[in-house]
Design a protein around this ligand. Structure first.
Ligand code: NDP
Length: 449
């Protein structure tokens, strides 16, 4: 990388930090992308002249709003709602909503920024956005969740539309929440606009495979990564952190592909089952009864529960972080490498800290960044939009085959781009450059947007 390009990248990063104070996760996400773009900028100086990185780092629109709601005891609560519409160069804004007490602008911006490149990698016509609230759904009754969702949508609806902005779920926002949000959107607009939200239930315009898509897609991507080293899942010991939507369906597909997931977790602890995690038990606990993963032992007494444990200390071949950002740090990466882990792919967004990523890349194990490996969810959301647009509904096998084809395509695009720019096997560089180029090449002909 020439000194001029390196200086420009440093200046851009410093400007992002200055203009977005206190948003550590957003700074981290920007840095992780732009520091890999030197080679592409050296080859395409027009991207620098057009100030494309500076433009992409500045959201097109940021919406912050009050969400008042009343709990079952009649007490009033005030939460804060966010929607950051980052980029619409490739299509309507698209990205999930997160309800979690840790949510603030910096988290929504890091997620929205990642979403731009992820959505570009799918090859589908979707821009990038993210939203959410610092509302904590844990321990709330169904009625409280409904009232919160209705209040949230009462403000957000004026910024949405199937050709404008199409949210979906993320942490704390699953099928139940999407249902309440869609119901309120329909009341407020008097439009049955199915394509305005994805992750909908099957009784009102959802798509088969959407629920499974992120986890399944992650397993499909890992299958492709392993194949580049002449390997497959057969007999591989795998760790999957989390036990939410992404984790559950990653475990299910890894088992189908011949791997054995021996541990998963939630924010209280880790469950380790040498016989292989029983996915039906996890689904019952998490999807139906909304209980803690510690209760797994009730059904499988031989499993080991480690309160506040670190899942990455368990020896494995394959690690799939599927819980939350920065959950896999440098110390955990050292443990994984010392225990012989040969592949890591991210189900969550930015779950691996920069220091841990550095170790994986230096060790030359397979490392798949989330913007590529977890793109199956948003890709299937785009398939849901397609079905809604043509008033159609596809069967499970057809949709799953499409998902697998999309994941193979993303893998090929990252793998080939990395090789083209002189970094064979480096999926981080491949994903960042391939995603960035798709967005940049769409922006230039649109004029100064
Ligand atoms: P869920 O809310 O369904 O599950 C999240 C899981 O992660 C839960 O088991 C939760 O445990 C655990 N978790 C959350 N926060 C923490 C924390 N601070 N420490 C430890 N564990 C934690 O969310 P999803 O499965 O939908 O999302 C998981 C990740 O995947 C997120 O990073 C999300 O952005 C990303 N993602 C999701 C997609 C989707 O389609 N759903 C698409 C692409 C990416 P607990 O219940 O105890 O909080």
């Amino acid at each position: 990388m020439s000194q001029i390009v390196e200086n420009r990248i440093n200046e851009i990063y410093e400007q992002v930090v200055r203009r977005n104070p206190g948003e550590a996760e957003f700074h981290q996400a920007v840095k992780e992308v732009i520091e890999t773009l030197g080679v592409v900028l050296a080859r395409h100086p027009e991207y620098l002249d057009q100030k494309l990185i500076e433009r992409i780092c500045e959201p097109e629109r940021q919406i912050i709003f009050r969400v008042p709601w009343v709990d079952d005891a009649g007490e009033i609560h005030i939460n804060r709602g966010f929607r950051v519409q980052f980029s619409s160069a490739l299509g309507p804004y698209k990205g999930g909503l997160r309800f979690h007490p840790s949510v603030y602008l910096g988290i929504i911006k890091f997620l929205g920024f990642e979403q731009i490149f992820k959505n570009a990698l799918t090859g589908m016509p979707i821009g990038g956005a993210k939203g959410g609230s610092d509302f904590d759904p844990k321990g709330k009754s169904d009625n409280e969740i409904m009232r919160f969702c209705q209040s949230f949508m009462t403000e957000l609806h004026r910024h949405l539309g199937e050709y404008i902005d199409v949210p979906a779920g993320d942490i704390g926002v699953g099928g139940r929440e999407i249902g309440y949000l869609f119901g309120q959107y329909k009341r407020l607009t008097n439009r049955y606009e199915a394509g305005v939200l994805t992750g909908k239930g099957m009784s009102y315009g959802g798509s088969l495979v959407r629920r499974e898509a992120t986890g399944y897609g992650l397993a499909f991507f890992m299958k492709e990564m392993l194949a580049t080293r002449g390997q497959d899942f057969a007999g591989k010991r795998c760790l999957v952190s989390g036990s939410g939507n992404v984790a559950i369906y990653a475990i299910e597909k890894v088992h189908e592909l011949g791997g054995k997931v021996i541990a998963c977790s939630d924010s209280n602890g880790v469950i380790y089952d040498e016989n292989g995690i029983n996915i039906e038990t996890v689904k019952r606990l998490k999807e139906v009864e909304r209980r803690r993963i510690s209760d797994y032992k009730e059904f499988h007494p031989n499993a080991d529960y480690r309160a506040n444990g670190n899942i990455w200390e368990i020896p494995c071949d394959v690690a799939l972080p599927c819980a939350t950002q920065n959950e896999l740090n440098e110390a955990s990466a050292i443990k994984l490498l010392n225990n012989g882990c040969m592949a890591v792919a991210e189900g969550a967004n930015m779950p691996t800290t920069p220091a841990a990523i550095k170790l994986f890349r230096e060790a030359k194990i397979l490392y798949g960044p989330g913007k590529a490996t977890n793109a199956g969810g948003v890709a299937t959301s785009a398939l849901e939009m397609q079905q809604n647009a043509c008033r159609d509904s596809w069967n499970f096998d057809f949709t799953e085959t499409k998902l697998e084809g999309i994941m193979q395509g993303i893998h090929a695009s990252c793998f080939e781009t990395a090789a083209e720019y002189g970094f064979p096997g480096d999926y981080l560089i491949g994903a960042n450059i391939a995603g960035f180029r798709k967005v940049a090449d769409a922006m230039i002909p649109l004029g100064l947007i």
